[in-house]
Design a protein around this ligand. Structure first.
Ligand code: SF4
Length: 339
């Protein structure tokens, strides 16, 4: 029996004051009720049969001084990821053109830096942003911590979004990263917002956290005002050599619950089904779409970890009667056009 409160609550205005008790009540609802509520919210703000395709390119790989316990690019761990310098503009252009040809409308560029080095490397990144925008795609960067001047320069170059994840709750954070603080992450997000660039910010599940940690992460994300326009939800990819390599695989239904709760708390945001899709069946991914995920990363690699290829995604969306969005969608879609 569907609680009528679930229906009326679906059209609530955006809120930034969700309590842990409210988040817990949403997260732990029976999956049919949770997914139903998430669908109601989703259809109020987005086209229900469309998914945005994003392509992610590692523009500078490995050797990162941070110690994020999940990351094979950290210099603190011995993994098979080898270091490489910033890619050339020609390489970037070719990858971006290929992404566009495969249907991507957002191109994300990731560099394994703690903070962005000023000088030729940053100038080259600004050129990359201009190239991607010139190809008609949304441009997103994830480069580590930013100064206000760097955020402003990225905005001037036309950057659409900046990714900087909170990863987990403030309480669990120190078990995962010790080389920078939660507050530093929030400060970078504030600078991005101040520069007028949209915010891409999410987290990872399956790192040994319990549900309360996920409630804490979701509360932090939804307390940002405005909400991040983009909320990537990642499932840990267990990589040999990292401290989380032997973590027990997470139950995919916890991912579905996390996505549905994110959808309900942040109705207008794009919820991105991000890393970890290789560990999911097609059916589990379909359930994530029903729960409100409306973006995937395409291509057979995600920075350094495997990802389903673009053709597999195309087939899956086709089997589901869904399709890739034909233009960027970091904006809300009025209910009357929701399909
Ligand atoms: S997640 Fe980013 S900041 Fe953390 S170690 Fe990896 S590349 Fe560095």
């Amino acid at each position: 029996m569907i609680d009528s409160k679930l229906v009326t609550a679906a059209t609530n205005a955006l809120r930034h004051d969700w309590t842990i008790a409210e988040i817990e009540a949403i997260y732990t609802a029976a999956v049919p009720d949770l997914v139903f509520r998430a669908q109601l919210v989703h259809r109020d703000h987005h086209r229900a049969t469309e998914v945005q395709g994003c392509m992610l390119l590692s523009i500078k790989t490995g050797g990162c001084p941070e110690d994020c316990a999940y990351c094979p690019q950290s210099a603190h761990y011995k993994t098979t990821v080898s270091r490489s310098d910033l890619v050339s503009i020609a390489e970037l252009t070719s990858a971006a053109e290929q992404a566009r040809a495969q249907g991507a409308t957002r191109f994300c560029m990731g560099a394994a830096w703690r903070d962005v080095p000023d000088g030729p490397a940053f100038t080259q990144v600004l050129t990359m942003v201009r190239v991607v925008r010139g190809l008609g795609m949304e441009a997103c960067c994830t480069l580590g911590m930013l100064t206000q001047e760097q955020a402003n320069a990225l905005a001037d170059a036309g950057l659409t979004a900046y990714n900087h994840n909170l990863d987990t709750s403030p309480e669990f954070y120190r078990s995962i990263i010790t080389t920078r603080t939660y507050t530093e992450r929030l400060e970078t997000l504030a600078r991005v917002r101040q520069a007028g660039v949209t915010v891409c910010c999410g987290g990872i599940i399956g790192m040994g956290e319990d549900r309360r940690v996920r409630y804490g992460l979701l509360q932090q994300l939804s307390s940002l005002a405005p909400h991040p326009e983009s909320v990537p939800i990642n499932l840990l990819v267990r990589v040999e050599g990292t401290p989380l390599a032997d973590m027990k695989p997470e139950d995919p239904f916890e991912l579905v619950r996390t996505i549905a709760t994110a959808r309900i708390l942040m109705p207008a945001s794009m919820v991105r089904l991000s890393a970890g899709r290789m560990g999911l069946t097609d059916e589990a991914q379909a359930l994530c779409f029903l729960a409100g995920a409306n973006s995937v990363f395409m291509g057979d690699r995600l920075l350094t970890t495997p990802n389903p290829g673009a053709s597999h995604d195309e087939q899956l969306l086709d089997r589901l009667g869904m399709r890739l969005t034909v233009s960027g969608s970091d904006r809300t879609v009025p209910a009357h056009v929701a399909g």
